[in-house]
Design a protein around this ligand. Structure first.
Ligand SMILES: Cc1cc2nc3c(=O)[nH]c(=O)nc-3n(C[C@H](O)[C@H](O)[C@H](O)COP(=O)(O)OP(=O)(O)OC[C@H]3O[C@@H](n4cnc5c(N)ncnc54)[C@H](O)[C@@H]3O)c2cc1C
Length: 470
């Protein structure tokens, strides 16, 4: 019997119909209502048309979609929150597993844990946990997908005290390439649990994540102060000195930017290159000025620091990263924040083709570095800083110059003796070899990959090929 095939994708209609019968969620083909919305992700640089989108209502749907992709030999992509800049959530002609409907969150304040579905966003989790004055360590923008962020590590305001998002995992449920549902934790499928904490989406579809919770807020102190970039060298030198003894309850992320052309920024400063200290300080509100004092003396362009609800702080930057803008971000680690690095930050910020772009200097260390690099798949724990070139722009005709700006800045940073490695959550178009992310953990990841995904079904990621294949 010959199977009736889809004209574009070559997928057998009978198989698609059978999949529709099997799932409770929605199976979308290119002509279906909702298909375009489903295939469109945050980064407008990515415009891809999968043959099929499976919007999964639960784990059983994920199993059906994984089996379908495997049996039809389709390229499989996994959409958590759709916010990875590389666009690996979607592929041309492939099968996209869309976990957006699986965004349920259940906080257990007594056990101090929270369980989130594989499509939950950071804001979904913070909203439920802050009800109890609790939080887990996630990122700094509420619309980011928790699964994608966590599987590749995950830095945020709480990392220096509570570690990476991945370090806060107690267990995950994973649908592996064979269609089995496995719960992985320290004492169940420990090899898989080791691998998903930093190894990205290589090992299966994570349908549920269980995290530890900590007392946070509900109020914290926000640091958000803007200075002229001509003060950047002195201020970043002071910042470097300050990081040597600053408490773990203080998180500060300096970035170079341009002053937005809008109120409440003073009009005279609009468009000027600037240095911003953005962060969160917890603990006694009366002690905050003393804690951040060395960073904030003198006259700023603008200062939006003050008390805020933690949940609001987590959403403060959301509006700077709307869906539908064009984005290209790339990162590498720094052993030191040298004068040369600072000079490079300032120079590349000045020449950014788009005023929406930034050059960020993440301050890491603390609890992230307390964990040994071999303890989980996440290797780059000892470097105290990470540089991220963020090109953010509107005009499609400006794609080339914005991508070139990142690549040139990145190449210049790579030349510095203090730089190295890669971070999987800011990966450009995922164009660098995976061993740069995984360092000394790479071979062990290959072993786990070979065990759980020998055919490399999950390959749209920072791919660890099974059996060490190219
Ligand atoms: C505005 C913005 C702010 C950010 N802020 C931070 C930050 O503060 N800290 C930080 O560390 N990072 C940050 N990031 C980076 C972010 O962590 C990554 O982009 C992350 O990959 C996003 O996850 P996602 O689920 O939204 O992405 P998606 O594009 O949906 O997924 C990315 C990849 O992750 C894998 N994946 C996702 N979900 C699953 C799943 N359930 N099971 C298996 N594999 C899965 C897949 O391989 C997929 O290709 C930010 C990104 C953006 C866009």
């Amino acid at each position: 019997m010959s199977l009736d095939t889809h004209p574009d994708a070559g997928l057998p209609h009978e198989r698609i119909d059978a999949l529709r019968q099997r799932v409770r969620g929605v199976v979308l083909e290119p002509d279906d209502d909702g298909y375009d919305e489903a295939r469109t992700i945050w980064n407008a640089m990515i415009d891809r048309a999968p043959a099929l989108v499976v919007q999964c209502a639960g784990t059983a749907d994920v199993v059906a979609a994984v089996e379908f992709a495997r049996e039809t030999d389709s390229e499989l992509s996994v959409h958590g929150g759709g916010h990875n800049v590389s666009g690996n959530a979607v592929s041309d002609g492939g099968v996209m597993i869309d976990l957006s409907p699986m965004d349920g969150v259940h906080a257990d304040p007594e056990a101090r844990t929270v369980r989130a579905g594989g499509g939950a966003l950071l804001g979904d989790i913070d909203h439920e946990t802050q009800l109890f004055g609790l939080a887990t360590a996630l990122g700094v923008v509420s619309e980011t997908g928790a699964a994608g962020l966590t599987l590749n590590g995950g830095y945020g305001h709480l990392s220096r005290e509570y570690g990476l998002a991945a370090d806060n995992l107690r267990s995950v449920d994973v649908v592996t390439a064979d269609g089995e549902v496995r719960t992985a934790s320290e004492d169940r499928h420990a090899d898989l649990f080791w691998a998903v904490r930093g190894g990205g989406g290589n090992f299966g579809v994570v349908t549920s994540l269980e995290y530890d919770l900590h007392e946070v807020g509900p109020e914290v102190s926000r640091l958000f102060v803007w200075y002229h970039a001509d003060e950047a060298s002195d201020r970043l030198a002071a910042f470097r000195e300050w990081t040597a003894s600053a408490p773990r309850t203080a998180a500060v992320l300096p970035f170079l930017a341009h002053v937005p052309d809008e109120e409440p920024f003073p009009e005279a400063s609009w468009g000027e290159p600037s240095l911003v200290f953005f962060g969160c300080v917890r603990g006694d509100p009366d002690a905050v000025d003393d804690v951040v004092g060395p960073l904030t003396d003198g006259e700023p362009i603008a200062d939006f620091s003050g008390r805020t609800r933690f949940e609001e702080l987590q959403a403060l930057l959301d509006e700077d990263y709307p869906d539908g803008l064009r984005y290209y971000w790339k990162s590498l680690y720094l052993d030191e924040l040298t004068d040369e690095v600072v000079d490079l930050l300032v120079r590349y910020n000045e020449r950014a083709p788009s005023d929406l772009s930034t050059v960020d200097c993440w301050w890491l260390g603390g609890a992230v570095a307390d964990v040994a690099p071999e303890a989980t798949a996440f290797w780059h724990r000892e470097e105290p800083f990470m540089l991220n070139f963020e090109a953010n722009w509107i005009d499609p005709d400006a794609d080339d110059e914005n991508v070139a700006w990142v690549r040139e800045g990145f190449a210049a940073a790579e030349e510095l003796p203090v730089s190295g490695g890669r971070y999987g959550n800011f990966p450009g178009f995922a164009d660098d070899p995976a061993h740069l992310l995984f360092g000394g953990n790479y071979e062990r990841l290959v072993d786990v990959k070979t065990r759980y995904d020998p055919e490399n079904l999950f390959r749209l990621n920072q791919n660890v090929a099974p059996g060490g294949a190219e």
